[in-house]
Design a protein around this ligand. Sequence first.
Ligand SMILES: Nc1ncnc2c1ncn2[C@@H]1O[C@H](COP(=O)(O)OP(=O)(O)OP(=O)(O)O)[C@@H](O)[C@H]1O
Ligand SMILES: [Mg+2]
Length: 656
Amino acid sequence: MFGSVTPSALAGAAPMTSTRPARVGHVVATERRPATPHQFQFWTATTTPVGIGAIVRVDAEAAGVPPRTVYGVVTDGSAYTRETSEGVIPGADSPGPAREVWIWTAAVLRQEPAEPLQPVPIGPVFVADDADVMRALRMEAYVGGARPSGIPIGLYTAGGLEAPVCVDAEFLLGPEAAHLNISGVSGLATKTSAVEFVLASVFQHFPAHKGRVAAVCFNVKGPDLCFLDRAGPLDDADRRRYARLGVTPEPFARVRYYAPFKADGVNLNTLRTHPDLVGAVAPLVWGLAEVLAFAEVLLNRDDIDAKADAFIDFLADRVVGQQFDDGFGRVHRVQTFADLEALFRSIFDGVEASSRADVWRTHHIATIRKVRNRLSNVSTRCKGLVTDDGPSSDLPWGAFEDRTVYVIDLANVDPLGQDLVFARVVSELREHLERRDLGVDAVVVFADELNKYAPADEPESYVTKMLLDISERGRYLGLVLFGAEQFRSQVHRRVSGNAATTLFGRMDYDELATPGYQVLSPATKVKLATLPVGELMVRHPHFTHPVFVQFPRPAVLRGRDGVERFPPAPDLAFEDAVVRQLVRLDRGIRPNHVKDLIADRAPDDVRRALGAARRAGASDPLAVFSRELGRRVVREAGRPRIDPVPPLAPISDEPY
Ligand SMILES: Nc1ncnc2c1ncn2[C@@H]1O[C@H](COP(=O)(O)OP(=O)(O)OP(=O)(O)O)[C@@H](O)[C@H]1O
Ligand SMILES: [Mg+2]
């Protein structure tokens, strides 16, 4: 099924007839408006199928010189009456009415032969057919051949003709170039839908010689990406387009969902909680070790400085996961936020009791307080994602599967938590791809609302820097960014600029007035501002000029329809949620047994036991769960409980 696109496959169910499309006009050039090597004008009848964005072919044959073919895309048009025309119209045998003349401007896409590069000859003009579109966009170089790398992206449609348009995987997914960016107004630009379709096309046409591919999608808007494994409604026109593009219209076969918990630590924070679907959602929970490695993400939003950085490095290098003597007679083994809090308390008590009241191991006590506040702040604001205590539950680093989509649902997570997840997931992907041990050879990372993560006008945050890094170097690693945003001008220029393939849906006039769109003709801008849903303008390194394509609806259930068909379940009571988590790990577990076990136990202890069971995975999670619960009870009975963590001091402005 995942064959490569070949020129014959591209011809699809309705092979082109052998007759070439009829001539529609003729090149016209005057002294004032000459034909050049990059642009020409041609006239047509007023009944022509030609319009803005149409691809045309000019044939020139003259005695004694090799025939020449020029391909162009129409970028502008004008009309006038013959009486006021500026000269004689060549080819007076035109089919058009006598008085009105339409003149089109076309930008040259390709000349054959390419050398010597000459002005466009004064020849007859034809609308392009499949073969012409293939040559005009230089697709023959990568569609077909020994190592085909075409990824169908949409149908070029004009004048009753339609032809598949493919982009080159080497330039979409690396290493020659990479990344895709899509922009356009909300609701009409079909950004999310287009990315879903392109992703399906990538999965089905990823060239065999490039190995295995997976996608990591951050769901940041409601239920947008929560139903990628469910089929959505398609009409006959969509199905015909799929057939023509050589893409099978089916939802993604392998999708793994990850969502953090809500603040209660047991109910999942996602809209995919319908009983039939929630089983496929795995919790995303991180502990101290995971968070500390990315503390910079959390801290650079405010006034963190070199001293605090140094203290965080000290914690990461010397304290976490090791035996650590605090110098006041206590040995710590810090593995969780709760352990770290115990260390902080011991330091503060020890320093207060000692004569040197302001320094501990070269770190100023105010710096320590500040770092403690920031870290505690994370576990408070991102409760459910970050656990105070207990082990983590994470993506399957090292065991990514081919053609699998990993959806991380962050739609209801605090922005700080979103940044943390984004930074950590992308960094892990990068590290594993560098070491070639991720499980796949290439990963597409889909970030909607890119303007939030890599904004144009704000100081560069850690996340922006990371996105810049992927944009500039990811192509060598197989780390590919598919970004979407309403306004391209609001995204960091080097992030959007490094996307080799750019799609534009319906655009806003204000946005079109920004400098980034100066290269487009006024008529192209008008077309962009009135583009119907399902149509996009595509820029790609092989295409000399952008072209317009139509794409079919993605074959997956839209988020909005998904929540109607699979309404999210109300939050479960604590004990039921615990049962569900355990049954997810082992279907044989009896709910009442679990409920008996947790009756009268402190929720924190239950959550901790649940974490341990999760980490144990398939190896008898219930045994691990009850053992962990039991151990805590004995310990509670045996010695006094450590005081709970006191409320946090508000973030201060102290200059340390
Ligand atoms: N190829 C298509 N043909 C026709 N309609 C489509 C097509 N693709 C998507 N649509 C419809 O267009 C609407 C908007 O799509 P989508 O949600 O993808 O837009 P968006 O640009 O991501 O919007 P937002 O900015 O709000 O996230 C949806 O209702 C969808 O069903
Ligand atoms: Mg969207």
